[in-house]
Design a protein around this ligand. Sequence first.
Ligand SMILES: [Zn+2]
Length: 337
Amino acid sequence: MSRTRFTSVALGILCGPILCCWIAIASCCCPGQLQRHGESEDRKRFERRQIMAPRPLPVRPPERALTIPVPVPSTEHKKDARKTLHQSGSRLLSLPLELREMIWRKAVGDNTFHIVLKKNKLGHLRCKAPRTIDCPLGFNGRTLSRACCWGMVDSANIWQPKAGSSSKHSDGDILPLLQSCRQIYSEAIQYLYTTNCFSFYDLDCLRYFSCTTLPSRFSLIRTIDISWCLTWPIYDPVAQSFLLTSPALYPPHDEASWEETWRVIASMQNLNFIRVSLLYFDGFRDRRCERKMLAPLRHVTRPRRFEVHVSWLGDDAAAEGAPFTLIRPTAPEGESD
Ligand SMILES: [Zn+2]
């Protein structure tokens, strides 16, 4: 017997019982974890999300700018020249600018918009709660959702309208006003991005939002709210090596998607407030794994207020020197960690 083969057999004999014990314990104590790693289910979900992904914003020629003043088209785009008609007959546009801006802000601002995944596009649903924090967050057995606010998502996290609801009411009712007139669009668009809270329940929603929105608009955003269910065993290489699946975690549940999301957030120039709610059923048994998970958040230094609410107990030192406040649930009496 060759030396390599002898080593493989010896490893098999040594590791076999450990692996059997692990599977037995995991299937008794955490059956959901083993079941979740039916690779074909994860793969199917991932592939469906890839098919349904929105396309990134194409690079638009300056002649297609929506805001006024409308740029003069170049000679080869002369036929695409857009007309801007004078609105002197409009009673609404005859109001002083200060009053008009108050109206635009009331119509499109000071609200929370849940950004949801739809087929090949994103949707924006106006929150029914007075504040984002009042919008109840639930777990539907697979992922986080706000069922009583905007309905359900399917197994791939794609939004499903409530039975009987009209799809025309599903997009915040802000587009008709913005599309009605170039002057209104130009005056109102800033309030959409600067005064609303954008709420995300899926990491892909935020990443798609960043590449389907004009960079100059995306950078105006000041408030975001993120709810995310972390998938076991993120940042736990030992547990991942026992899963025998490749990859151990499919995007957006993997470490790369998590880190990319925080790179996008760190690049947002005008962020003032971030609220993050993280759910992880087992919590982090290894403090080093939790620290690795929190490390990308340390690069987000611009917001004046940055709250990270987690569903598990742990060590307060995990947020030492961090730009965010780590808020853990209150431990039951007599339980320290
Ligand atoms: Zn809501």
